[in-house]
Design a protein around this ligand. Structure first.
Ligand code: NAG
Ligand code: NAG
Ligand code: NAG
Ligand code: NAG
Ligand code: NAG
Ligand code: NAG
Ligand code: NAG
Ligand code: NAG
Ligand code: NAG
Length: 846
């Protein structure tokens, strides 16, 4: 009875409501509604307990996330993750419960079940966001009743079946996002009826069939994103009528045929991605009309013929990727006019001729990939003008002549691949000056021989962490100058017989010292007072032993806030009000030489370190009977404890977790790169990462830290560290390198994302069942999955870094410096995957 009275009132107001797009009920007054029905529906949601609903007395309008009109009927519902338990959407919407609802935002609200036909009764709805839930089943036909709908977002669910044809009646629709579902069938041929559409976003579904020509009627569309589907057929020439298009992404489909010349009419395009299709024909010169293009990717198609010189008109281009086609002819010199270009890839075509000599114009270029073509002639010295270049790959061409010395002035270069060419002459010794260069591949050329001695000498003496690949006997390359005193200069990989040379160098290089301070010896820093009292107070200049004793009432148990592997930690409030932490050895432990040594080591290391992500040591007492260290007090204790407390772990959302990881990166980067000599912490664990009241991280506990001796290539020592965090190579070698910390950092990072130690994953990294695990399955389940674009990006990036750091081969782990660079990068290597689909395998091989 109730239901029929509502549907009557709906139809009587329908005529008026149609004209209005949003907030209709706020302005017009309310459609008749039943408060009992609305409250009943809210009860069905399970989001609030019945007691709570009752306690808000007469109105449900005061509930969080609920907005009502003046008549007290619900107009907006905006529920996200403030409720832990999900609800079945069908139950919630059962019965025509919300006749005045305009705005329904249930993104990431843990919804399950299917979208019920009752959704069609929400006839005033203008905004419907059901994204990032667990919805299944097909879209109901009644969706077409929501004639006022402006925004429809069902992205990131598991919705299947075809798009209902009725969707074409949503003529007010401006935004439709169905990314990452399982929608199949073809795009409705009458899609062109949605004349107000500005965003049509359906990547990562199972759409097939052709692109309907009615798309041409969508003249307001700015974004058309249909990548990673099975769309076939050729691109209709009507596409040229979508003149508002700014972003067109059809990559990873099965498009065929030639590009229509009308593409040149889309003059507002800034991004065009058609890569990974089967498009044939030549690249139309009309593409040069798209003068606002910033990103152009036509890679992995079957384009043939020459690259039109008109491409030089696209002066806004930052990305030009045409690799894996069948392009022939020369690289047009006009390409050198694209001065904003950052990424140029023409690899795996059949381009011939020589490198344009003006290529040095591309001052902003960071990546240049021309491998696997038929390019020939000498490598132009103008490459030396690429002031931003990081990656050069000219491998598998026919370049001859020698390596131009100018390459040695590319100070930003990280990777150089000139393998499989016909290069001759000497390898310039000035490569040694390129501090950032971590990978060089010069294999399969005709070099005279010889890695220059200066090159080797620099790397091995200055930097403790030098690795060279493929060690082979090197009698012919270099016979002089090996220092007997233990410079174990590793032989370089050169097999001259087959003119094969592989040289990949991982370098850990030093830059500035710790603000130009060398780590001083303990004796220089520490004053000796009163005979054997071995203490320096550098906290406010006037910290005194008696203050500490008073503040802790002579180390009374009441002030104890924790007990570690050895010693106890106390909280002490000093007379000036400041709070510090004290780590004190137990009386019996003071007698242990190893523990004393560890304390002294910590003092020695920490007194000279000053970094916001490294715990501050304010003072210490190294006395026969009483040994303690005084640190900055970290209110929230260790990361380990926070992760193991459900309440605190929930407070640590994705943003905070990523921030903590960044803090650890900064700290390790400082220890490894900014200190001379570098310092290896050797015990990076979640227990040794402490958090302050703002949940900023500092790295603590330098008891086992080690200065790397710059005069030795291998650093040997007894095994130190914590089980579960120790790099696997320490099982068979005693060489300590910064890469041991990198491994532990990987464990800590993964633990931070998972909320618990990743022991099962670490022990089965190579198994396919582990690699098939989804990232989203291993993330800390106490938090809702990351939702914002930024959080998704950051979590995926940090996870991929973690797996890179966990590589069993220390040579293949990144340095903290490169981790730090990656963390500030804008795009993850996984950007092309939908977050829900990223597996550990993807993360291990991004
Ligand atoms: C809510 O309140 C009504 C009347 O005030 C009462 O009849 C009903 O049992 C209450 N429900 C719950 C779940 O407390
Ligand atoms: C909706 O309500 C009807 C009757 O009240 C019931 O039979 C049906 O199971 C409900 N549907 C869902 C999905 O809860
Ligand atoms: C909604 O759509 C369905 C199916 O298209 C139709 O039968 C029904 O009459 C429409 N109207 C309402 C108010 O549900
Ligand atoms: C679409 O998927 C549904 C189930 O998910 C299936 O029953 C149907 O046959 C599929 N249709 C097409 C055209 O592939
Ligand atoms: C192209 O973009 C500009 C600026 O963004 C805009 O003013 C103009 O209306 C657009 N042209 C078309 C045809 O949409
Ligand atoms: C390229 O730009 C030049 C002038 O810079 C112009 O004359 C030419 O027509 C443009 N080519 C195309 C195809 O737009
Ligand atoms: C190149 O990069 C710099 C800064 O990185 C930027 O200011 C400039 O606009 C870019 N473009 C050109 C053509 O230099
Ligand atoms: C070397 O280059 C030639 C063509 O120049 C190619 O056929 C061959 O596969 C390449 N070899 C390797 C190892 O890449
Ligand atoms: C490089 O090869 C070109 C033709 O492929 C030849 O004309 C030229 O003399 C060669 N240069 C050197 C330095 O070998």
């Amino acid at each position: 009875m109730m239901a029929s009275s509502i549907s009557n009132s709906v139809s009587s107001f329908a005529a008026v409501a149609v004209a209005l797009i949003s907030c209709a009920s706020l302005v017009l007054g309310s459609v008749e509604y039943s408060p009992e029905q609305e409250v009943k529906a809210l009860l069905e949601s399970g989001w609030w307990s019945p007691e709570y609903l009752n306690s808000t007395t007469t109105t449900s309008c005061k509930l969080p996330g609920i907005t009502c009109n003046r008549a007290g009927s619900i107009t907006r519902i905006s529920i996200h993750k403030f409720f832990i338990y999900g609800t079945e959407l069908g139950k919630f919407l059962n019965g025509s419960s919300f006749p005045n609802l305009v705005h329904l935002d249930l993104a990431a609200a843990e919804l399950f079940g299917s979208i019920p036909p009752e959704i069609g009764t929400l006839s005033k709805l203008t905004y419907l966001d059901l994204s990032h839930n667990y919805l299944l089943g097909e879209l109901p036909l009644s969706l077409g009743n929501l004639s006022q709908l402006v925004v429809l977002d069902i992205s990131f669910n598991q919705i299947s079946g075809q798009l209902p044809l009725s969707i074409t009646s949503l003529t007010h629709l401006m935004e439709f996002d169905a990314s990452s579902n399982a929608i199949n069938g073809s795009i409705p041929i009458h899609i062109g009826k949605l004349k107000n559409l500005q965003f049509l976003i359906m990547p990562g579904n199972r759409l097939d069939g052709p692109l309907p020509s009615s798309l041409g009627q969508l003249t307001k569309l700015t974004t058309l994103s249909l990548y990673s589907n099975y769309i076939a057929g050729s691109i209709p020439s009507e596409i040229g009528k979508m003149t508002s298009l700014d972003h067109l992404d059809l990559h990873d489909n099965m498009l065929m045929g030639q590009l229509p010349p009308t593409l040149g009419q889309l003059t507002n395009l800034s991004e065009l991605y058609l890569d990974s299709n089967q498009i044939i024909g030549s690249i139309p010169p009309s593409i040069a009309k798209l003068v606002y293009l910033v990103h152009l990717n036509l890679g992995a198609n079957m384009f043939h013929g020459p690259l039109p010189p008109e491409i030089g008109n696209l002066t806004s281009l930052e990305t030009l990727v045409l690799d894996e086609n069948q392009l022939t002819g020369a690289v047009p010199s006009a390409i050198c006019d694209l001065t904003n270009l950052q990424y140029l890839s023409l690899s795996r075509n059949q381009l011939s001729g020589s490198l344009p000599s003006r290529i040095g114009n591309l001052k902003n270029l960071t990546r240049l990939k021309l491998s696997s073509n038929n390019l020939m002639g000498t490598i132009t010295p103008s490459l030396g003008s690429l002031k931003s270049i990081q990656y050069i790959d000219l491998s598998s061409n026919h370049f001859n002549g020698s390596i131009p010395i100018e390459i040695c002035s590319l100070s930003t270069l990280l990777s150089l691949d000139l393998s499989n060419n016909s290069l001759v002459g000497e390898i310039p010794s000035r490569f040694a000056d390129l501090e950032d260069l971590t990978t060089i591949n010069l294999a399969d050329n005709n070099f005279n021989c010889c890695i220059p001695c200066s090159f080797m000498y620099h790397r091995t003496t200055l930097h403790a962490d030098t690795y060279l690949y493929d060690y082979v006997p090197c009698s012919k390359i270099w016979s002089g100058g090996i220092d007997k005193g233990g410079l174990i200069i590793v032989c370089i990989s050169i097999i001259l017989a087959s003119s094969f040379l592989v040289l990949i160098i991982w370098v850990m290089f030093f830059k500035r010292g710790c603000k130009n301070k060398k780590i001083k010896s303990l004796d220089e820093t520490i004053a000796t007072k009163n005979g054997d009292i071995f203490s320096v107070w550098n906290y406010d200049g006037n910290l005194a032993y008696k203050d500490i004793i008073q503040a802790t009432e002579d180390f009374d148990i009441r002030y104890c806030i924790g007990t570690g592997g050895y010693g106890s930690v106390y909280r002490a409030q000093l007379p000036n009000g400041k709070v510090v932490a004290l780590k004190k050895l137990h009386t019996s432990e003071v007698e242990e030489p190893a523990l004393r040594k560890s304390f002294e080591n910590e003092v020695k290391t920490l007194t000279e370190l000053k970094h916001r992500n490294i715990v501050r040591l304010y003072g210490f007492c190294l006395h026969k009977r009483c040994m303690f260290l005084i640190y900055q007090y970290m209110e929230r204790g260790s990361l380990f404890c926070v992760l193991n407390n459900d309440v605190e772990a929930m407070e640590l959302d994705w943003k905070k977790r990523v921030n903590i990881i960044k803090g650890i990166v900064n700290a390790l980067c400082y220890l490894h790169n900014d200190c001379t000599p570098p310092i290896v912490h050797r015990d990076v664990t979640t227990n040794n990462v402490l958090l302050d009241s703002e949940l900023e991280a500092v790295v603590a506990d330098f008891g086992t830290a080690k200065l790397l001796d710059p005069n030795s290539t291998t650093q040997t020592t007894i095994l130190a560290g914590t089980y579960g965090y120790i790099a696997p190579e320490l099982a068979y070698t005693i060489a300590v390198t910064v890469k041991c910390d990198v491994y532990s950092f990987g464990v800590v990072t993964l633990e931070t994302l998972m909320g618990k130690h990743p022991k099962e994953i670490l022990s089965s990294l190579s198994s396919s069942s582990t690699q098939n695990l989804k990232l989203i399955e291993i993330l800390d389940q106490r938090l809702a999955p990351p939702r914002s674009r930024l959080a998704v990006h950051n979590v995926a990036l940090v996870a991929s870094i973690a797996f890179a750091c966990l590589n069993a081969d220390p040579k293949l782990r990144p340095t903290m410096d490169s981790v730090s660079k990656q963390i500030v990068k804008l795009r993850t290597p996984l950007a092309d995957h939908c977050f829900h689909e990223i597996t550990i395998g993807h993360l291990m091989n991004p």
